[in-house]
Design a binder for this molecule. Sequence first.
Ligand SMILES: C[S@@+](CC[C@H](N)C(=O)[O-])C[C@H]1O[C@@H](n2cnc3c(N)ncnc32)[C@H](O)[C@@H]1O
Length: 219
Amino acid sequence: MEHLTTKYIQKSFYETKVLPLLSFLYTDTMYSNKYDYYRIKDILDQYSSGQLESKRWAIDELNNCAPISQEDLVVVIGGWYGLMSHMLCESGVTNTIMDYEIDETCIDLHYKLKVHDNIMIEYQDGFEIFDSREHNGNDKVIICTACEHIDGDDLYGYVAMKNPKSTILLQSNNMHNIDSHVNCHDSLDDFIDSLPLDKILYKGAKRIGDYERYMVIAR
Ligand SMILES: C[S@@+](CC[C@H](N)C(=O)[O-])C[C@H]1O[C@@H](n2cnc3c(N)ncnc32)[C@H](O)[C@@H]1O
């Protein structure tokens, strides 16, 4: 249990939210077809030590090099079941957090886990914010810890459109063996070279179990 509680996630969250959701899903998959067993595994994966450590790393380095200021809108792209948004709130972020997700079941289950009112969950391709003058014109902190799931050329194009006043935090990894990973990298330099970033505020690599995760924070 110890690895499950980092400084940005509490034991009580598991007791009141995560375990009841897993139990609900188990029962539901026995008596209806609404959810698949796979969701139980996927939620357990979200709370694995590597995922928790990746999010804690992101929040700590963001606080070090580009602290979120009061007027910033925070954007999480590929919010999954909401772990990144939840941990940001637990770290003290009270700004509005837009959590964009394109999987309706993730959104549905994120609502069941959500405890913070400042998280706004939206069914939308999160990268579309870069196409819009309204969304791309204001100061933002944009976070995507799922770049391994985003086509490399698309990601390059979106990041190139970023408003230079916005901060962007991106993570990818070298886990080539997973089917849905279409944009893995073999080193931190390889990841950074794949992106059109001018002002890098932080870059780092972290060994997590048997793989490496890469992170860059830029403006
Ligand atoms: C498997 S999860 C996240 C894994 C990753 N290690 C992390 O912690 O962020 C990736 C999520 O990104 C979502 N996703 C992929 N492309 C997206 C997009 N363009 N906009 C919003 N969500 C997206 C997927 O539906 C999925 O739930």
